[in-house]
Each structure stands twice: as structure tokens, then as C-alpha cells.
Design a protein around this ligand. Structure first.
Ligand code: 4AD
Ligand code: MG
Length: 441
């Protein structure tokens, strides 16, 4: 096994080789201290003038930020080191030079950092965020894999809209037009009727012209779907699932969260069942009450609401600030929701849907609910939304042949990472963000 910084403890007092990049360097004519970053962590390499050749010491002396190097030396225990060890170097080789690395220790603006995202990924903070993202994705998959869900991948090229026609990315498809998938849900409905419990996990695309801290044009969504389930069952599933994801991250990354990302964990530790459940109608009443107490005129203007309006980000932000754990708002007005939502038989103006809103002002991370399983009602809904009926014939078949109550939800990975990591903006939660004004890097 090659030694890496992450496995350094196994090599105590041994001579090893490490390959990596210069994270920082300081020193004098007698000794150089090189902070080596090898992708798994960083370690201090002490390079004494008498321990290496003259030529090697000269190389060490001239090393610049992010130059690639290979060092050999002895692993020595050191109580002052954050990882408990340092490397007493006795050989050093330059692998790749690095002239004037653009990202320096000083503060850089957001736009500059996003323009240099391909390099910014090397920073300690970005490492913490993307490692936590990895853990979240793994926890998501493990949850569904361990609970009898079958992975059924939904296609990305589709001929129909799932979440409304205004945010479709169009692309030529031979003689026809295709759209990049906004959600894998419709195909999961077919999968759930075939496998009972299914999920998909992949990138989805929305041509949204919004420049908010919550919107990306390409993002990752996990979408479970279950046959023989109703709205309450969907809410129970979302709650159990989120608790398990947050618990996994807290177990694995408490130090990254508190020390690197300076995240206060009080609210995250509250992510336990039961979550608060509030009907849309009651949530509107809460927002109206809250609006009276808000003093900031700008926030106040965005807090105005009448029954029937969808929530804006100010509504979600102010509402979730009132709760110590995620909030599930159910039963939104059918008119603001997608065509496939099950209409409440007792009040057809209401959709049997749920949004899970993350606390601390983060807002919606999950959208889902029960699906319309009645053929005639769904046909009417497709017509009401002015969607092309032909593209949905296969979807209507699911109501023609053994239709059952069913439902599920979609969780946006980036908003979840932003919330768990306590980040202001989603742009740092995905390796290479696609936003209104960014297609590079
Ligand atoms: O609420 P949405 O639009 O729901 C659906 O697409 C359903 N078809 C999912 C389902 O029931 N299977 O999106 C689900 C989640 C949101 O709650 C949010 O977390 C995320 O996807 N999301 C976005 N994340 C980043 N940027 C955007 N533009 C997003 N739009 C939605
Ligand atoms: Mg939604």
C-alpha cells in the first residue's frame, strides 16, 4: 500500500514516499517547512539543509504554491501537528512546476473564485464541502438500497415536461425535439408500479432564469417512488430518510462542520422525528402573523401573501426560522403545483403534496406527494396545463392498467448540502456549478 496523508499513522517511524502539491511553504537558509497536500490531507514536511542534497535544498527553497512534488522521508510522531505526525524529509523531487498560482491566501471575490473553480477545488474548505456531499450521496443511496428500493434510472432525454414547460432545456433529437429531464419522477411512477419501491438519482436540468442563492440550472436529485402509499406515508418516508442522512453526516463529519465550516450544530442535532407538519392554509396564517412583526421593509414587501399564492423564498425563510427542525408543509393549492399531483377528493382546490422546508432559513429541500391515480382527472389536468396529450399516453397507461395510490418525492442534493454545511449559496455545493451566467469552467 502506498502511503498517503490519510493513512500516515500506519507508517510511524518508517521511510515513505509522498506525492502531492505545495499548500504552503516557509523557512530559512537552514530549514524549509513544506505543507504538502496530497488530496487525502496535508502534512508538514521538514526539510533540513543537512538532510538533503544541495540541489534538492535549492529546489525546496524555490518551491511555489501548488507545485507538484515527490518527497521521501521518515514519519515522526509530533504532538503539535493537527494530524499527529510530520515527515522528516531526506529526498525531494519537483514533478510539476507552478508559476504564479492565481488563488493566494488573501480574500478573493466570489466571481473570481468561481472563474477559478477548477483550482479552487483544492482548498481546504472546498474539500470539506465536497467530501460531505459525497457522504450525503452515499447515505442517500444506502438508505434506499437498505429499504428495498430498486434503482431504476430515469432517462435524461425526454419528449415531455415534468415540472412545467417554462423551464425546459430544448435540444434537437434527429428530426424531433427533445428536452433535458427536469425530474425523473414520471418514469419512477412506471418503476414503482413494476417494482413497488424504486428510486432514481441523477442530474436534472431547469432553464430557470433565477439568480438566487438556491437555484442552479443543473442539479442532482434523488427520487424515491412507492406503490400503495398515500400522502401521510410519503411524509413519514421523507422524515425517516432525512433523519438517517443527517445522522450519518454528523457521525462522520462533526469536525469538518465545526472546525472548517464553522457550522453551529445545534439545529442539525435536532433533526429527529417527528418533524413539524403544517397545512398550507395554516402556514399562510402563520406567514400573515409573521408579516406584522417584520420590521425590514424589503422583507415585509416579500412577505405579503394571499391564499392561492405559491411561497417565495422570503416566505420559506421567515417561516422556517420559527421551527427548530425541518417543517413539512402539505396541501398546497393545486393551481400552483404540477399537473400530476393528486387532487384532494374532499377539496379539489388542494393538492395532496408536501414540501419539506429545512430550518435556519434554508427553505425547500424536498418536493413530493401523492400522484393523481384517476385516469379522467389526470387527463383533465394535462389538458388544463396545456400539455401535449400524445407525449403522455404511456404515463396515462399507468392509470389504465392496475392504477393504485402511489407517491414519492425528490430531494435536491445541492440544497441539502448547503443546509447541512451551513452555506449561504448553492454554488459551492456542486463541483462545477451551472448557473444563468456560467458554463465555464
Ligand atoms: O420540487 P421539485 O420541482 O419536485 C420535482 O421535481 C418532483 N417531480 C420530485 C418528485 O416528486 N419525484 O424539485 C425537487 C427538489 C426541490 O425540493 C429542491 O430541493 C430541488 O429539487 N430543486 C433545485 N435545486 C437547485 N436548483 C434548482 N433550480 C432546483 N429546483 C428544484
Ligand atoms: Mg418544489
Amino acid at each position: 500500500m502506498d502511503a498517503t496523508v490519510s493513512t500516515i499513522g500506519k507508517f510511524k517511524d518508517q521511510q515513505i514516499t509522498l506525492k502531492g502539491w505545495v499548500a504552503t511553504k516557509r523557512g530559512s537558509g537552514k530549514v524549509q517547512f513544506l505543507e504538502l497536500r496530497d488530496g487525502t490531507g496535508t502534512i508538514q514536511c521538514v526539510i533540513g539543509k543537512k538532510d538533503v542534497s544541495e540541489a534538492e535544498f535549492a529546489v525546496a527553497d524555490k518551491l511555489t504554491l501548488e507545485a507538484a512534488v515527490e518527497v521521501k522521508g521518515k514519519v515522526v510522531e509530533d504532538a503539535r501537528s493537527p494530524i499527529g505526525f510530520e515527515l522528516h524529509t531526506n529526498a525531494l523531487k519537483l514533478v510539476g512546476a507552478s508559476a504564479e498560482y492565481p488563488i493566494q491566501k488573501k480574500e478573493h471575490g466570489d466571481a473570481f473564485l468561481m472563474d477559478h473553480r477548477h483550482l479552487w477545488l483544492r482548498s481546504r474548505r472546498q474539500h470539506a464541502i465536497l467530501r460531505i456531499r459525497h457522504t450525503i450521496v452515499k447515505a442517500v443511496r444506502d438508505y434506499f438500497d437498505e429499504n428495498d428500493f430498486v434503482l431504476v434510472d430515469s432517462p435524461i432525454l425526454t419528449s415531455n415536461a415534468c415540472e412545467g414547460t417554462t423551464t425546459l432545456f430544448e435540444t434537437p433529437y434527429f428530426e424531433r425535439k427533445a428536452y433535458l429531464s427536469q425530474s425523473g419522477q414520471l418514469y419512477q411512477e412506471a418503476a414503482a408500479l413494476a417494482f413497488r419501491k424504486s428510486y432514481c438519482f441523477g442530474p436534472v436540468f431547469r432553464a430557470e432564469k433565477s439568480k438566487t442563492r438556491r437555484h442552479l440550472n443543473e442539479f442532482w436529485m434523488v427520487e424515491p417512488e412507492v406503490a400503495f402509499i398515500e400522502l401521510e406515508g410519503v411524509m413519514d418516508l421523507a422524515e425517516d430518510f432525512l433523519c438517517s442522512v443527517v445522522e450519518r453526516v454528523l457521525n462522520k463529519h462533526e469536525k469538518d462542520l465545526t472546525q472548517i465550516l464553522e457550522r453551529d450544530l445545534t439545529h442539525l442535532k435536532n433533526v429527529k422525528k417527528p418533524f413539524h407538519r403544517l397545512s398550507y392554509t395554516d402556514a399562510v396564517k402563520r406567514i400573515e402573523e409573521l408579516e406584522k412583526t417584520v420590521t425590514d421593509p424589503e422583507v415585509k414587501a416579500h412577505m405579503k401573501i394571499t391564499w392561492g399564492d405559491d411561497f417565495g423564498s422570503a416566505h420559506e425563510t421567515e417561516l422556517t426560522k420559527q421551527f427548530d427542525r425541518p417543517l413539512m408543509v402539505h396541501g398546497y393549492p393545486a393551481q400552483v403545483k404540477a399537473f400530476y399531483m393528486k387532487h384532494d377528493p374532499a377539496n379539489p382546490k388542494i393538492a395532496r403534496c408536501v414540501d419539506v422546508l429545512a430550518p435556519e432559513g434554508y427553505g425547500e429541500i424536498i418536493g413530493g406527494g401523492q400522484r393523481e391515480d384517476n385516469l379522467e382527472v389526470l387527463e383533465q389536468s394535462i389538458a388544463d396545463h396545456q400539455l401535449p396529450k400524445a407525449a403522455f399516453q404511456w404515463f396515462l397507461d399507468l392509470r389504465r392498467y392496475g392504477s393504485v395510490p402511489h407517491g414519492g418525492f425528490g430531494l435536491g442534493i445541492e440544497r441539502t448540502v448547503a443546509w447541512i454545511c451551513g452555506l449561504h449559496h448553492v454554488r459551492e455545493t456542486i463541483p462545477f456549478a451551472r448557473t444563468l451566467d456560467r458554463l465555464e469552467p
